[in-house]
Design a protein around this ligand. Structure first.
Ligand code: ADP
Length: 444
């Protein structure tokens, strides 16, 4: 076993007030997922459908041909490598492409094919010969708008003459310009500005209105109200579509306010579970012992790939420096990095270039690195009241039941934090065994 010296660093950081915690930034995580996504996310659940008119027949499609799309659009879909509709697309596409147009609220986790579905709907309803905006898609950030725009460009690559324009801050439009591009993707504030203040385009001519990432949208101050103002200016015949990766009550309330007479489609995500995770804790007298304990199990954890979670940026940075000084190859991912930098680090970790990733809560949710089988809580997740943060614990450690490989979780616990760990154990009704860091044979 490797013996280590603790670098001469300040352990008092754990109490320092300026020691910043990373808040989960939904828009950044969503973008990160898009940048890293390589393929569709599967789900073992059935798609739930709630039709606005339960008596009308329910169509689903197994092939893109059945949708009777324009030739050039079908070509674009196949050129993207799509062979058949995803689970959510099977149900959503016939509704979205129906005549007369139907409104839709759809919820399914990120990566299940929502963007591709509404891009297809926009492209199939656009008339390239009409030189004015006909489709409007609201996104929570410039970067997310850009990602959607890329999909429009890819899927619409054979739809010559169909063009996209971004209504985002920093995209100046000269005075008295008439917008001639057919698809506008933008953030609510700029779209409002372009329409109400600058009168650059006519919202009543929009045929398809998409509100993407509704859960991220309502998380941003002012965006719900702005979106509703935009929606109210649309014509009654405009098709309205809303998408969300999650569906808390707040999203649902917003969705029902903004989308009249909707059909609803839901695809439940795979549940996170601790069932196939063996959980351990190492009791430490004081903070610096946590480092010793970690180094002692280090050989064990680097058999696979591991993520080490710290509560604050400073703690994560400190640990990274200490481990590098000790000769370990680790990567650091924390909230001060740009999304592009984060994507780069995560990609390198995914590619196996580092065995260990040290991070904060910035990485606890929504970002899947499937091959990680070992998680270390260098700091236990707690909320502002210093109570255990159960949700975050589950997100850090839990795996989806269906795809769950077996996993290992280690908690480095200072003596005074032990009651918190016991609460976590009770909450999940799953056992967390004590481990002697000098004797790893205890790990079954
Ligand atoms: P979401 O909007 O739900 O996050 P996306 O539409 O971005 O999902 O799709 C996730 C990934 O799956 C993307 O890489 C996309 O290109 C791909 N994809 C979408 N639909 C299909 C399909 N029918 N067949 C194969 N890949 C698909």
């Amino acid at each position: 076993m490797k013996t280590t010296t603790v670098p001469d660093l300040d352990f008092s950081i754990h109490n320092a007030e300026e020691d910043e915690e990373d808040v989960v930034d939904l828009a950044a995580n969503s973008l990160l997922n898009k940048l890293l996504r390589q393929s569709l996310v599967e789900s073992s659940h059935k798609v739930e459908v709630l039709q606005k008119d339960p008596k009308s027949p329910l169509y689903s499609v197994k092939t893109f041909e059945e949708l009777r799309l324009k030739e050039e659009l079908l070509k674009g879909i196949y050129a993207m490598g799509f062979n058949r509709p995803s689970k959510i697309q099977e149900m959503a596409l016939p509704m979205m492409l129906a005549h007369p147009p139907q409104n839709l609220i759809a919820q399914s986790q990120s990566g299940t094919g929502k963007t591709a579905a509404f891009v297809l709907a926009m492209l199939s309803r656009v008339n390239a010969l009409d030189l004015f905006p006909q489709c409007l898609c609201l996104a929570p950030t410039y970067e997310l708008a850009l990602q959607t725009g890329r999909v429009v460009e890819q899927m619409g690559r054979f739809c010559v003459d169909v063009q996209v324009m971004y209504a985002v801050r920093g995209n100046p439009i000269p005075r008295s310009t008439d917008l001639t591009k057919q698809i506008i993707i933008g953030t609510p504030g700029t779209v409002l500005h372009w329409f109400f203040k600058r009168k650059l385009f006519d919202l009543t001519k929009i045929r398809v209105f998409v509100l993407d990432e509704a859960d991220v949208m309502i998380d941003t101050q002012g965006f719900s109200d702005q979106s509703i103002r935009i929606q109210r200016a649309l014509s009654p015949g405009c098709q309205m579509l809303l998408f969300s990766a999650t569906f808390e009550d707040s999203v649902w309330q917003f969705a029902e306010r903004i989308i009249p007479d909707p059909n609803v489609i839901k695809l439940r995500r795979e549940e996170l579970t601790l069932d196939n995770i063996r959980q351990y804790y190492v009791l430490c007298e004081e903070p610096k012992d946590k480092y010793h304990a970690l180094c002692n199990i280090y050989g064990g954890i680097t058999i696979g790939q591991a993520i080490i979670f710290c509560q604050t940026r400073k703690s994560a940075k400190w640990l990274t420096v200490a481990m590098i000084q000790d000769g370990h190859q680790v990567a650091l991912l924390s909230g001060e990095l740009t999304v592009d930098q984060r994507a780069c680090i995560l990609q390198s970790f995914r590619d196996g270039k580092e065995k260990v990733l040290i991070t904060t809560n910035v990485c606890a949710r929504g970002i899947d690195v499937k091959q990680v089988t070992i998680v270390v809580n260098f700091d236990l997740p707690v909320n502002q009241l210093e109570e255990p943060d159960y949700e975050t614990y589950l997100h850090r450690i839990g795996r989806t039941g269906r795809f769950g490989k077996k996993g290992l979780a280690f908690n480095m616990i200072e003596v005074n934090k032990l009651p918190l760990l016991m609460k976590i154990q009770d909450h999940f009704n799953s056992s967390i065994k004590q481990l002697d860091p000098e004797d790893l044979d205890e790990i079954e």
